[in-house]
Design a binder for this molecule. Structure first.
Ligand code: AMP
Ligand code: MG
Length: 347
């Protein structure tokens, strides 16, 4: 059975946090809010607890987990670059890949000699970790392959009955996962664009760059699995913002002519247009990429739940700032990201 506690994001009830923390100390699984998406937490020092995460999520055994700490000071010795980044961006949506730490369960690293760590920027997350007294391994709290959860309802839709508890503090602020930066390579490489933009990162670490398509899968195994996908087929629709209305409408009419139920997930600017789709949902204004990011996963889930066959998603966002992460997630939801080359030994 899954216990659900509703808590205030800024002032969570201490008695509730104490109970959730004690479940975690006993090896249980508790989902909790972070500023990015909801995480599924387990004691990162316990192999049995961490194995529970893989079971509940149906997560491929070669996709390593991010370990969450309450404070940067709780981490083992960090390199000078890591300390500089931590001072600038923690708590916040930046995950650092560093050399592995022996005190943690080996399952968090899935056989790699590296470890991903982060300090989340959410009072519920940090207070829960503090009270648990151990770092928490916490991937996104969704069934593997599905869009990450940005509300408590999303968590329950995927994991009710499979986890021990959920701390529900309402919708998450960022709505996309953290930026993953590998500090064990030179120059440091972004393995996954996310809530912290490359531009902000480069202000502190000018050498940081986005890993090429071949570096990604080898360094960060989870990146090659299909991700962030609803059940319906996702089709990103390109076309300059001004032309998108006509392009979308033509596609809707063609697909409906084939007998398909069609959903459209678009920016606020297009949501009012007469697109002829069975379901239309807005993700936020095109002028405000943070709003689009915050509304993307909730929009994918909502249109999917309306029982459509195809979801057309307005997709030509600028390849800068949060636009990079939005583009990346849409390409993965649509399964447009190429896998590793055949015969590479990676599958
Ligand atoms: P999630 O927590 O579900 O958002 O997924 C965690 C992401 O971090 C995945 O893309 C993992 O592949 C990546 N990751 C976790 N640990 C490592 C690591 N040691 N090296 C590289 N990537 C990692
Ligand atoms: Mg995930």
């Amino acid at each position: 059975m899954t216990r659900v506690w509703y808590v205030k994001p800024e002032h969570p009830d201490p008695a509730v946090l104490a109970e959730a923390a004690s479940i975690l100390r006993r090896g249980g699984l508790v989902a909790f809010p972070t500023e990015t998406v909801y995480g599924l937490g387990a004691d990162a020092t316990s192999s049995r607890a961490v194995q529970g995460i893989f079971r509940a999520k149906g997560r491929p055994p070669d996709n390593p987990l991010i370990v969450h700490f309450a404070d940067a000071g709780d981490l083992p010795s960090l390199s000078a670059a890591a300390r500089r980044l931590a001072a600038s961006f923690w708590p916040g949506p930046l995950t650092l890949v560093i050399p592995r730490v022996p005190a943690l369960a080996p399952e968090v690293s899935c056989g790699l000699d590296t470890l991903a760590v982060r300090v989340p920027d959410h009072p519920v997350a940090r207070e829960l970790i503090r009270r648990a007294g151990v770092p928490l391994a916490a991937p996104s709290a969704n069934r593997s392959g599905r869009p990450s959860p940005t509300t408590g309802e999303h968590v329950l839709a995927d994991l009710e009955g499979l986890i021990d508890g959920l701390l529900d503090a309402g919708p998450t602020r960022v709505g996309l996962e953290s930026t993953v930066l590998d500090l064990t390579v030179d120059p440091p490489a972004v393995l996954r664009p996310g809530g912290l933009s490359l531009e902000d990162l480069q202000r502190v670490l000018p050498g940081a760059h986005v890993a090429g398509p071949t570096a990604g899968p080898a360094r960060s195994p989870g990146i090659r699995h299909r991700h962030y996908a609803p059940r319906a087929r996702v089709v990103p629709v390109e076309g300059a913002a001004s032309g998108a209305r006509a392009t979308l409408k033509a596609m809707v009419i063609r697909l409906r002519g084939e007998g398909l139920r069609v959903g459209a997930l678009v920016t606020a600017e297009l949501a009012g247009a007469d697109l002829k789709a069975d379901v239309v949902r807005a993700m936020g204004s095109r002028a405000d990429l943070a709003a689009v990011a915050a509304g993307l996963y909730a929009g994918l889930r909502a249109v999917d739940e309306a029982g459509v066959d195809v979801i057309l998603v307005e997709s030509d966002f600028p390849a800068a700032g949060l636009g990079r992460a939005i583009q990346d997630r849409l390409a993965r939801a649509a399964d447009l990201v190429p896998g590793p080359p055949p015969g590479s030994g990676i599958q």
